[in-house]
Design a protein around this ligand. Structure first.
Ligand code: ZN
Length: 293
């Protein structure tokens, strides 16, 4: 296998509190393995900084899973934790930080208050993920999607849900088996190579980390073949990849590798065309839509 296109060294800090001292656990190996398989490959290497113990009781900070109002939230935790790190470990800190906390913290990724903590020489720690002890590979990978790539959560309007790490797909099988980030996210992070589809392009050409574009009735579509969910998926690209919407998803098997992508997608593309037609008509003559009696 070729070496990954993108490499991240990620400082990881464990947290203790006045009343909770047991070191929280995090098995990072499955997270590294997951990111190695993402698009053209991402190497995420943890830099373990050990544990710091904060002087207050955990309940002070853990309102609403740490998502309460400052100073009783994870932003205060992150700030105090960075200040509490010893000189040697401090030299290993950087812009982004992963915190591993005892429960009841919930996984989330936020910014430090007031622009971050100054680390010296124009270096600041500005953003952190916090995950609870024993967090699943899906939960950690979803948060690292926010932390390392600034990927957003996909919301309801986009139609993207179980197709993506940053939708509900990160929590497949209770987070034990997350799905990959979807093609628009790979594109936004430079983690996929794109080419233009033609009528004969077989599905098998859409290998992991390879996506294809196609313009259909003025829409720019982005196709990917997802082995993890056994689907051919296409997105309608927005002004930026992060403003894309789900356009079609079709069940596939390995036998489909030799079939042309556009033949597989023909029915769905026809439905998109029908939708355009109905919309065009209703735009012109405000008739009630079919099927809304
Ligand atoms: Zn999220």
């Amino acid at each position: 296998m070729s070496s990954p296109a993108v490499r991240h060294e990620l400082p990881v800090l464990s947290l203790g509190f006045a009343d909770v001292d047991a070191p929280p656990r995090l098995d990072f190996a499955p997270v590294s393995a997951f990111f190695a398989s993402v698009g053209t490959g991402v190497a995420v290497e943890p830099v373990w900084l050990g544990q710091v113990r904060l002087p207050k009781r955990i309940a002070f900070y853990a309102q609403n899973g740490g998502m309460g109002r400052p100073p009783q939230n994870s932003q205060a935790v992150a700030e105090e934790a960075v200040h509490a790190v010893g000189t040697e470990a401090r030299a290993l800190l950087s812009e982004r930080l992963l915190l591993v906390a005892p429960p009841p913290f919930w996984p989330h990724t936020w910014r430090l208050l007031r622009g971050g903590v100054h680390l010296g020489e124009r270096k600041f720690c500005v953003r952190y993920s916090i995950v609870p002890s024993g967090a699943t590979v899906g939960a950690v990978s979803h948060e690292l999607g926010h932390l390392l790539f600034d990927w957003p959560d996909w919301d309801r309007d986009t139609g993207v849900k179980e197709e993506c790490l940053m939708g509900t797909g990160g929590y497949r099988h209770d987070g034990a088996d997350p799905v990959a980030p979807c093609a628009p996210l790979l594109m936004s992070a430079g983690l996929a190579r794109a080419f233009e589809l033609d009528a004969r392009t077989p599905l098998g050409d859409l290998a992991p980390g390879v996506v294809a574009t196609f313009v259909y009735r003025g829409r720019s579509l982005l196709f990917e073949w997802r082995h993890d969910i056994e689907r051919l998926v296409a997105y309608q690209l927005g002004p930026s990849p992060l403003e894309s919407r789900l356009a079609l998803r079709i069940r596939t098997t390995e036998k489909d590798a030799v079939r042309p992508v556009l033949a597989l997608a023909a029915d769905s593309l026809f439905r998109i065309a029908q939708h355009d037609l109905e919309r065009d008509i209703s735009d012109c003559v405000s008739l009630p839509r079919r099927g809304t009696s």
